[in-house]
Design a protein around this ligand. Structure first.
Ligand code: UDP
Length: 456
């Protein structure tokens, strides 16, 4: 009998990267293939609070390597370089340990987030097949693949700053153009962070170029032109697991999911609830939170709102006077929701979202309409697909003072709930998303091809 296939999966240490790779890991493991999921130590600590959580389950082993710093914010300026220098050594040791202790297993490949190119380099040096995982849209990948050309032609400098007066950058007519303020590495004009994001984008484009296997959490049907631009791309998404009986940790959540919102949703009428969440990173001012609270209140719809402790940089969210009393049971506020279960709930009508790629796919897969409020990186371009290409959502427009006003929020929620075209498009997209991962769907076949490679 041959040796048991064993896959090593390494995500970038950020919420929107760990979650989809963990879903992919479970999907691979469900085919009888062992997966070792390697987080950085700080991510591992965020996920697993008790050692019982970490026990091997469903063919998955969770372990960690140091990232080179005990600081938790691995997305901070400078950290990418620290990880690049420190992680290869620790990762090599881990691989050698696995190889010497698991004699009846064969490490088939290392799947690493495309922005962790240094991990793929270690795999290459050890003669192990490398697989790059792209957790963003393929359109984003296609755009960042143009970085060397952008630099060469003087469109952007070596730090990713735009050097031309153009308002948009286009890579082909069949993909919506990118506003220069909404590039994959744009971060509200914060030059230090934009540089970090730009470096990650550069690492990704190099990693994608150097490997044979390029896996992406998307599906061909929603962005065919972009998929056609990346040779050998394997779209295997949408990666969804709303029905899987997971703990917060094994769902890949850095925070404990507040399940009480599911009971609250059970009590609401069908397709009435506005679900509001801005993902794991976006922040807003206290003034904006106030305006949003008013908007939700005057919309007259029940709402479920995720207010992370760090949603605002200012001390504790401070709602308008009397807001919580007036809203009463019509509004539910949680620090972290089981988002996929929420989106799958029949009470949810629309999603007021920052348009992160995971949130976008999760919403699309459940036939829920979008109210878009992007704030950085690829979120603006995802919004273009949502509103202009798939036509399943509406954009919120900023007022002159830079805020989304309460009236804008109320009016767009009203429009979203009554627009028959948006409803029909959302239902159609759910069907496409379901079919692509069902028997003989395009993502299904791509995934089967990958599993065959792992088992051969
Ligand atoms: N998420 C969640 N509960 C929440 C908010 C978000 O489980 O209350 C998950 C969401 O399902 C998604 C991820 O966190 O999988 C966020 O990723 P996304 O790409 O949407 O945004 P990011 O956090 O990277 O900005």
């Amino acid at each position: 009998m041959g040796k048991r296939p064993h896959v090593i999966a390494v995500p970038f240490p950020a919420q929107g990267h760990v979650k989809p790779l963990m879903k992919l890991a479970y999907k691979i493991a469900s085919h009888g293939i062992k997966v070792t999921f390697v987080n950085t130590e700080s991510t591992h600590k965020k996920l697993f609070t008790t050692s019982k959580d970490v026990e091997e389950q469903d063919n998955i082993v969770f372990t960690s390597v140091p990232s080179g710093s005990s600081r938790t914010a691995e997305s901070q300026p400078g950290m990418v370089n620290v990880m690049k220098e420190s992680m290869p050594g620790y990762f090599k040791e881990l691989i050698e340990k696995i190889t010497s202790s698991e004699k009846d297993e064969h490490i088939t490949c290392v799947i690493a987030d495309s922005s962790m190119g240094w991990i793929l380099d270690v795999a290459e040096r050890l003669g192990i097949e490398q697989v790059a995982f792209n957790p963003a849209s393929v359109a984003t990948l296609a755009f960042i693949s143009h970085i060397p050309k952008f630099i060469e032609s003087g469109i952007v400098d070596y730090g990713g700053q735009v050097m031309v007066p153009d308002k948009v950058i286009s890579i082909t007519e069949s993909i919506p153009p990118w506003e220069v303020t909404g590039l994959p590495w744009s971060f509200l004009g914060l030059v230090g962070l934009e540089k970090v994001f730009f470096e990650c984008c550069e690492t990704s484009q190099q990693a994608i170029r150097q490997v044979k296997w390029r896996i992406s959490n998307t599906f061909y049907e929603i962005e065919p032109a972009a998929c056609d631009l990346i040779p050998g791309i394997l779209p295997i998404g949408p990666l969804i697991d709303a029905d899987a009986p997971r703990t917060s940790a094994t769902a890949g959540s850095f925070m404990l999911e507040d399940l009480s919102c599911l009971n609250w949703l059970d009590k609401q009428s069908s397709e009435s609830v506005v679900y509001v969440s801005f993902g794991s990173v976006a922040v807003m001012s206290k003034q904006q939170i106030n305006e949003l609270a008013f908007g939700l209140e005057i919309s007259g719809q029940p709402f479920l709102w995720v207010v992370r402790a760090d949603l605002t940089n200012e001390p504790t969210p401070d709602y308008p006077e009397g807001f919580l009393e007036r809203v009463g049971d019509k509004g539910k506020i949680v620090e972290w929701a089981p988002q996929e279960k929420v989106l799958a709930h029949p009470s949810v009508a629309c999603f007021l979202t920052h348009c992160g790629w995971n949130s976008t796919l999760e919403c699309l897969s459940r036939g829920v309409r979008f109210l878009c409020w992007p704030s950085f990186a690829d979120q603006f371009h995802n919004q273009s697909y949502i509103c202009d290409v798939w036509k399943v959502g509406l954009k919120l427009e900023q007022a002159e003072n830079g805020l989304m006003s309460r009236d804008e929020i109320k009016n767009k929620i009203g429009l979203l709930l009554s627009d028959e075209n948006l409803i029909a498009n959302a239902v159609r997209m759910k069907k496409v998303a379901t079919e692509t991962v069902s028997q003989n769907g395009s993502s299904f076949k791509n995934f089967e091809k990958f599993i065959k490679f792992l088992k051969d």
